[in-house]
Design a protein around this ligand. Structure first.
Ligand SMILES: NC(=O)c1ccc[n+]([C@@H]2O[C@H](COP(=O)([O-])OP(=O)(O)OC[C@H]3O[C@@H](n4cnc5c(N)ncnc54)[C@H](OP(=O)(O)O)[C@@H]3O)[C@@H](O)[C@H]2O)c1
Length: 201
């Protein structure tokens, strides 16, 4: 296995799934809506949490449903300046999707491993952010390429929708390494993915 890439401060880069979820494990409702999340837009500390996270990100990936939601929700074909990412973004799709003027986008498909290698190289020591959805993140986990899961758990249940991570990860289980609270709304939970053979304290 290749040695871990080191960032400028000599820390290892990580591949991170950073997302918001309902407490019953959905990142979007059945209609791909996030209105349940946007009702909490002004919770103190959340913007700072996102800024701290994104500061260390050097590349991002998302599936086509997430990308098309962004295109539509932010009206990006009419307003390309609203593209929200400063880092290159890889979009997984088997279709020809429209690009956003001026955005650093790469459309890819198939095996996530070679794409991850390109992302890590472009990130140049920065972290790789897996924006979602859940199955795409699962593909990175299947390839042993997912290091951390960072969840902002919102105080709602959705009962159905897009699952946060449709995989069984039980042995070894995830390791809870950090817990934060934002207002009376979000529990921010950081988990490390353990490799086989890792023991819990
Ligand atoms: N709560 C949050 O913070 C948050 C974060 C992210 C996303 N979301 C929302 O959650 C929902 C996620 O939707 P989703 O679960 O459908 O996931 P998605 O990952 O956004 O999109 C899934 C699609 O991506 C393409 N794809 C995935 N893996 C591929 C591969 N290896 N090669 C080629 N194409 C691949 C396929 O579409 P094709 O038909 O194009 O091939 C697949 O149907 C969206 O509504 C999104 O807006 C919420």
């Amino acid at each position: 296995m290749a040695p871990p890439r080191l960032g400028s401060d000599d820390r290892e880069m990580a591949t991170q799934y950073y997302t918001a979820t309902s407490i019953d494990g959905y990142i979007a409702d059945e209609d791909d809506s996030l209105e349940w999340l946007f009702q909490f837009g002004d919770v103190e500390g959340v913007d700072e949490d996102y800024s701290r996270f994104v500061e260390d990100v050097g590349a991002a990936a998302m599936g086509s449903t997430t990308y098309e939601w962004l295109l539509e929700h932010e009206d990006l074909r009419e307003r390309p300046d609203e593209w929200p990412y400063d880092v290159p973004v890889w979009v997984f799709t088997s279709r020809d999707l429209p690009a956003v003027d001026g955005a650093d986008l790469r459309f890819v498909q198939g095996d996530v491993a070679p794409v991850h290698a390109d992302m890590a190289s472009a990130a140049d020591g920065g972290n790789v952010w897996l924006v979602g959805g859940g199955d795409l993140v699962g593909q990175f986990h299947d390839a042993a390429l997912l290091d951390e899961i960072i969840l902002s758990v919102a105080p709602v249940t959705l009962a159905s929708g897009a699952p946060v991570l449709p995989r069984q990860i039980t042995d070894p289980p995830l390791k809870l390494v950090d817990v934060d609270q934002y207002g009376d709304v979000f529990a921010a939970l950081t988990y490390e993915v353990q490799r086989d053979g890792a023991a819990h304290e």
